[in-house]
Design a protein around this ligand. Structure first.
Ligand code: CA
Length: 300
């Protein structure tokens, strides 16, 4: 197994990696840097677009556009101008913004919100208040609400048979499962399937592999953990040289490379000195596991 930095010191809060298998590039964001990136492994370079507000996540669409969650709205981003064409917007409570988002296996866009606080120095930190929700966009211009009273809406994943959706509300220190109706996109029968000890940090983004095992980025613990959601068992821990691990996804032509986003957020000056790769994009290879491809938004 090998852990490498592929884009060094990109930003403050990297998040939302999504492998676009049409262009063989990786979309990811710096949420508080207001920027969407597209990393091209063949050139080693990232293109970027600043949208002028926080960006929780961005995904490609079936027609070749980019759908993103801005601070309180969802819409299409123009990579040349940075213009944001709003599809749906919400009247969110103060200190609440969009966060992690992902499409289901038929291209419905699930996007969640989180509460945050601003420190005296101006840094944004996650809040434990339950101001967040989880919403869904089905191709029209309406966001429907599906989960309420969420602290930080984060990781999403679906099983290969589409029968189950996994979900992380970070300050529950757990992964929950829902029964998933792929015909309607409706969720039901919420139950806890994995618990994560609070001392290890909190679960953030996640992805699923071809064996329906979950890979969970643990914020504060410096690791991505592989779990069996059917038993709750921790199967494997992949350590990285930084502690704030935010999310992960499968990429590469064989979907056998794990891209991992990291952050500087919540690190002290002292910690930053010993973690000079915090805020970089990493790639882990040689895991011997194959992933599942990310879904584009069905906009056409
Ligand atoms: Ca996150």
């Amino acid at each position: 197994m090998s852990v490498e930095v592929v884009q060094e010191n990109v930003g403050f809060l990297l998040e939302g990696p999504h492998w676009d298998d049409v262009t063989n590039t990786l979309l990811y964001v710096d949420i508080v840097g207001n920027t969407i990136y597209r990393y091209d492994p063949s050139s080693g370079q990232s293109k970027s677009v600043n949208i002028g507000e926080t960006v929780g996540a961005a995904v490609p669409t079936a027609s070749g556009r980019t759908l993103a969650s801005g601070a309180s709205r969802v819409g299409f981003v123009d990579w040349e101008s940075g213009d944001f064409e709003t599809v749906a917007s919400l009247d969110l409570p103060p200190f609440t913004r969009f966060n992690d988002s992902k499409c289901d296996p038929v291209g419905r866009y699930w996007t969640g919100t989180m509460g945050y606080e601003v420190t005296a120095s101006g840094a944004e930190l996650p809040a434990k208040t339950k101001r967040g929700c989880l919403y869904r966009l089905d191709g029209g211009n309406k966001l429907s609400t599906h989960v309420q009273n969420v602290t930080i809406s984060n990781g999403l994943a679906w099983t290969a048979d589409h029968s189950t959706m996994y979900y992380i509300d970070s300050f529950s220190f757990a992964v929950d499962a829902f029964d998933y109706d792929i015909k309607t996109g409706d969720i039901s029968n919420r139950r806890r399937v994995i618990t994560i000890p609070e001392s290890a940090g909190f679960p953030d983004g996640m992805c699923i592999d071809s064996e329906d095992m979950l890979w969970v980025a643990v914020f504060g613990a410096g690791s991505v953990n592989r779990y069996n959601p059917r038993t709750g068992e921790l199967l494997r821990t992949v350590n990285l040289p930084v502690t704030i691990i935010t999310s992960c996804c499968w990429g590469g032509a064989g979907l056998d490379e794990l891209y991992v986003t990291t952050a500087k957020v919540s690190l002290t000056e002292e910690q930053l000195k010993t973690q000079d790769k915090a805020g970089s994009l990493f790639r882990v290879t040689g895991l011997g596991v194959k992933g599942v491809k990310g879904q584009p938004y069905q906009d056409a």
